[in-house]
Design a protein around this ligand. Sequence first.
Ligand SMILES: O=C(O)CCC(=O)C(=O)O
Ligand SMILES: [Fe+2]
Length: 603
Amino acid sequence: MAGEVSFSNMGTSIPVDNVQALAASIYDQGSTSVPPRYLRPEAKTTDPIASDGEKIEPPVIDFARLIDCRTSQEESAKLHNAFAGLGFVQLINHGVPDEVIEKLKADIIDFFNLPLEEKKAVAQLPNDLQGYGQAFVVSEDQKLDWGDMLFLMTRPLHIRNMRFWPTRPPTFRDTLSSYSVELKRVAATLFELIAKCLGIAPEELLDIFEDLPQGARFNYYPPSPKADEVLGLSPHSDATPGLTLLLQVNDVPGLQIKHQGKWFLVDPLPGAFLVNVGDMLEILSNGEYKSIEHRAIVNTRRERLSVAAFHFPKEDAVIGPLPGLVKEGKAKYKSENYRALMKAFYGSKLDGKSLVERLKLKLISSCKLTVISNTMAGEPSFQNMGTSIPVANVQALAASIADSSSIPPRYIRPEAKTDLVARADEGELPVIDFGRLLDPGFSQQESAKLHDACVEWGFFHLINHQVPEEVVEKMKADIADFFKLPLEERKKVAQLPNNIEGYGQAFVVSDEQKLDWADIIFLLTRPLHLRNMRFWPSQPLSFRLIFICFIPRLIKPEKKNRLLSCSFMHGTELTQGHALLLLYGDEESSRHFDGAHGQKTGG
Ligand SMILES: O=C(O)CCC(=O)C(=O)O
Ligand SMILES: [Fe+2]
């Protein structure tokens, strides 16, 4: 990207085929196949789709009741609960005149029906996401959505770039201007009421959304002969807005929202807007409101159109939990400059991950936070990090199955193959020399390498770390011995509810969640008072001792009481997996262990 990131300069998407034209040519040729870049096996396999009987209806909120002082409190409470739960509502009686909505629908249908060359007059250009084109494409291998879109910044007025505003149909510009004013009015009222619901002064929130920056995305999803194997719009949460007002242009359903691990099709009420919480509002509300993942599917016979009006924070806002909502200093999110957030989402350093993937990551991390805090009894601490649902022991499962066809479906991960794997010649993990880091003659140079490795890879090999070989070998031998013990013996240190220490499997939070092919043992090792010896294997006999008495003798006196190394080992073999967090002990630990457990630890 050239220069500062701003609403009108959010990064470049790689041009790809026009999907409407592609779909038309496929149907014209009587073909039923679509190019492989559009096929999305994960759409069906990674997350279950709710069956027809399992409907979800976002709560219906009556805008007229929201603004009537006699009913406002009651209706606002409904809105508050919906945003805190499903994250989506259907807004009726919003006061946007029917003619304005109908005119917008007619004009956008007319626009998409224009010949391709005419539409291309407002095509996306490098360094701008506005205009006619496709969803953010950042790599040549990225899977593609079965849809075209027109994105325009609509407010404040000085931000409009008329270069991208269609002149055909001739009424389009006026129609969109009227629609934009109407939606601004609705959104402004919603923000004011939301502030009241959250118990903060309206100015606190309204200041962040000053001038109510707004953008409109017109989505066009052509029919597809492989409708259930493509996706109109990839799973995403609305990352950069606070609130989205979504309009279904025709009566073809296709919006799916993710609820309790399943995709539910939403069939909105005619005339209603679907209003959903964006990531920015989730953060500002300190997680009280939820920005929910959603996606669009397509139809075999009919095209589908939708219009999303996003309401963004002002460009120079700082986004973080609003001070009034940070109870007892517990902010669930870091504060960040909105421009920096936009840059992270749309910036040129998207290195191979699609925009939506990045946004999803954010959401996943916030989901995890929520899940952990929901399942927790009492205060979170290292020893009380939530409960994992018990699942099968993978080592025993692996031993019992005859061939790969009998691996239970919960372990099968089609996405493991759909993400590209780098070839050996495509770069190597950096190697950092610990000895050089400590040597004044080389420290500066090696530290710079360390810095780059952390920025570019987030991973590196550490050599010459000065951890004595015997210690490492002993640790390897002991943990290998532990995993060879009979299952009953290993289970003596099994995970317990409300504690993720012990022997078991990685954190499992739902009955539908896909599972990892590994068992782990996780132990808190420091500070000493956190150790829960309940979970420390007593077999092999030397396992505990390696932390307690063997290591202190090997550590040079000046290095005592200093954390030397932390390693995480993860088995990847099909038959066995294990993980262990290993930290060094010192004399302090032997005393502690001695005192607490009355065992002789020796020298
Ligand atoms: O087409 C739809 O219903 C969803 C559109 C959407 O989620 C978006 O544009 O962000
Ligand atoms: Fe969306």
